[in-house]
Design a protein around this ligand. Structure first.
Ligand code: SF4
Length: 282
């Protein structure tokens, strides 16, 4: 259905390609050390109110200081860790939180992120939410990308993009007309998206360009595509007709492969914000 969440996903995938491939899970999420699951948890905590390129710098400094593991961070001094995290936002509070999280993983799971993540989703989410510096969005990022649990991550980019496009919601068409993507509670938005995408996963609404093999893989790739779309086109001041923003936000290679495209945002034909803006110009 044009304008559905499935359609938006297919358009983004056609434009950017598959960003998160389940056969190479770290392809989209750059990994710098030897403990990718724990590194993803760290990245998810550090990125709160912080640009990703700043997070990468902090993670590289932690790696170089041999601190990129739960047992090392559990023994680290808060002052040393804070100085390595700076200029990440709230680096002092995040340093204390990361030490507490690392101590918990060591005490309860013998330092094994894999054991922590192997729990059923409900128990895992409850436990993650009980730890410092981890709210619903951060918990879901950890569950999806590190733990392969099928949960859709709702972040500011998701709310902004869907708020501007105002996608068709097949499950509740009248509710869809007034669904408030910006203000709806986190779990309401997440459940709405998961419900809409269920038909993509069960095969009743095939998307020709989608090559997904699992629910978690679809969610991970969709979130990555939303991220890319909002970094390149759907910025706070959107670049609907212009070339993608050239900002370099990761040391990861290959991210710039489509920057020479000058055909504008691929979602213009189905974007309510864009249609209204053009009507006002006439
Ligand atoms: S057309 Fe403009 S406002 Fe709409 S999704 Fe694209 S960049 Fe965002």
């Amino acid at each position: 259905m044009p304008g559905s969440l499935q359609h938006i996903y297919a358009v983004l995938q056609q434009h950017f390609g598959i960003l998160h491939d389940e056969t190479a899970p770290s392809a989209w999420w750059p990994i710098f050390g030897d403990e990718p699951l724990f590194e993803m948890l760290l990245g998810a905590v550090l990125v709160q109110q912080t640009r990703w390129e700043t997070v990468e710098g902090a993670i590289v400094r932690l790696r170089d200081a041999n601190l990129l593991a739960p047992n090392a961070l559990a023994r680290a001094s808060a002052d040393t860790l804070a100085s390595l995290l700076r200029p990440v936002a709230f680096y002092t509070q995040k340093a204390a939180g990361i030490i507490a999280i690392s101590t918990h993983i060591c005490a309860s799971y013998d330092g094994s992120m894999a054991t922590l993540l192997a729990q059923p989703a409900t128990l895992l989410r409850r436990e993650l939410l009980s730890l410092p510096r981890i709210g619903p969005e951060t918990a879901d990022v950890i569950m999806l990308y590190a733990g392969n649990h099928p949960v859709f991550v709702v972040d500011d980019y998701t709310r902004r993009l869907f708020g501007r496009i105002a996608p068709e919601l097949s499950s509740q068409p009248t509710y869809a007309q007034c669904f408030d993507w910006q203000r709806a509670r986190y779990n309401v938005v997440r459940e709405q998206i998961e419900q809409e995408l269920a038909s993509t996963i069960d095969g009743s609404s095939p998307t020709p360009t989608s090559k997904m093999r699992s629910q978690e893989s679809l969610y991970a790739d969709y979130h990555a595509l939303i991220n890319e779309q909002c970094v390149r086109y759907c910025l706070a001041r959107p670049r609907c007709d212009g070339p993608p923003a050239r900002r370099v936000y990761s040391r990861q290679t290959g991210r710039e492969s489509y920057l020479e495209r000058h055909d504008g945002c691929p979602l213009r034909p189905i974007c309510t914000f864009y249609q209204i803006k053009n009507e006002q110009r006439v």
